[in-house]
Every structure is written in C-alpha cells, then in structure tokens.
Write a protein that binds this ligand. Sequence first.
Ligand SMILES: O=C(CO)[C@H](O)[C@H](O)COP(=O)(O)O
Length: 208
Amino acid sequence: MAKLQVAIDLLTTEDAIALATKVAPYIDIIELGTPLIKSEGLSVITAMKEAFPDKKVFADFKTADAGALEAEMAFKAGADYITILGAVDDATIAGAVAKAKEYNRAVVVDTIGVADRVKRAQEVSKLGVEFVELHAGLDEQAKDGYSIQVLIDEATNAGVPVSIAGGVNINSIADVKKSGAVVAVAGGAIYGAEDPAAAAKALKEALA
Ligand SMILES: O=C(CO)[C@H](O)[C@H](O)COP(=O)(O)O
C-alpha cells in the first residue's frame, strides 16, 4: 500500500508539532518543509523525531551542493530522509547516498524544476536513492493550467519507485494510488483543511 506523507509547510516548530499530533494516526512520513527548516533550523528535525520516534521524519532540504555534508547534518539531527535536488550533479546525490548508508537512513531525489522528470528519475535511481519525488512545487502549481494529471501519468510510466507531490488531495488521491506511486505527499490538503485529522484520515483510507 502506498504510504501517506504529510508535507508541513508551516513556519514554527510549535505549529508543526501541533499539526503532526493531530494527523499522526493516519500518516507514515512526516515531512518538514523547506521553509520550516529555514525558519527553525535543524532543531525542528530533532524536536519532531523526539515527539514521533515511530514515524519517518523527512527533511526537505532540497540540497543543491555538498550532498554528503548536508545529509550528515540532517541525519545527525534525527532525519530518516533528506531530499537532494534532481537537477544537480550526480556527485551531490552520490555523496548523500554514501552518508545515508553510513547512518542507515535514505535519500529522496526531488525533481522540482527538472524538464524530463521520468528520465531523471530513472537515472538517479541507479545511484541508490530510496525513491524519487515527481514534484510540481507551489509556484508551478499556481500557474494557469496546472494539473496534477501530468505527475500521475509520469508515475504510471516511471518504472522506478516514485512519490507524487504537487497538489495531492481527496479528488486526485484515487488516481495517485492507481499510478503505482509508493508515496503520496499531501501538504495544503491537510494543513489547510478545517479538520486536518479528518483530511488525513480520508486520504489514508483512499490509499488502502
Ligand atoms: O515541497 C513542497 C513545495 O516545494 C510541498 O511541500 C509539496 O509541493 C507538497 O505540498 P502540496 O500538497 O501543498 O502541493
């Protein structure tokens, strides 16, 4: 069954932990968004892992260089996963993967900004990453004509383990599931909901 990842794009540790507390029963992976980590620093990773030791904590670093160094920072702070950008040199991804092996953690490649996401997903999968995030970021989603269907079609054809991120919600979750993605990432559909727990529960049930 595909896992459900909540992307916490809030700005304080307090708000992030409060949200995670509400949705934890329905969530497999807790993602600390890039703005949250920039706002609070590495301490938010440590606080989240201490609060939820049984959940996977995903640090959305979106690292562009110094993969080994940044991976070590994330893993030492308590992260189970770090994201490295797919648009960068293979050496950056390979450096992070080597560190992940040392710490028994994992690397996820984020394809935000990559023109051919499927081709890059297939390439970086050979470097030993856990899975590849087929991702349309918040700015891309805000553009006229954006549809998550493009990510769903890409996941269906990827042939390597992928997640989908970019507007996953209750209307798209059935197609996300059908695509074979190993993880469905939902941010705004959960933290922006009037009842985040109910929203997470509905998404989790749709993946079952
Ligand atoms: O990484 C991100 C932005 O860069 C978001 O966390 C990701 O796009 C998922 O959020 P949403 O479901 O709100 O699109």
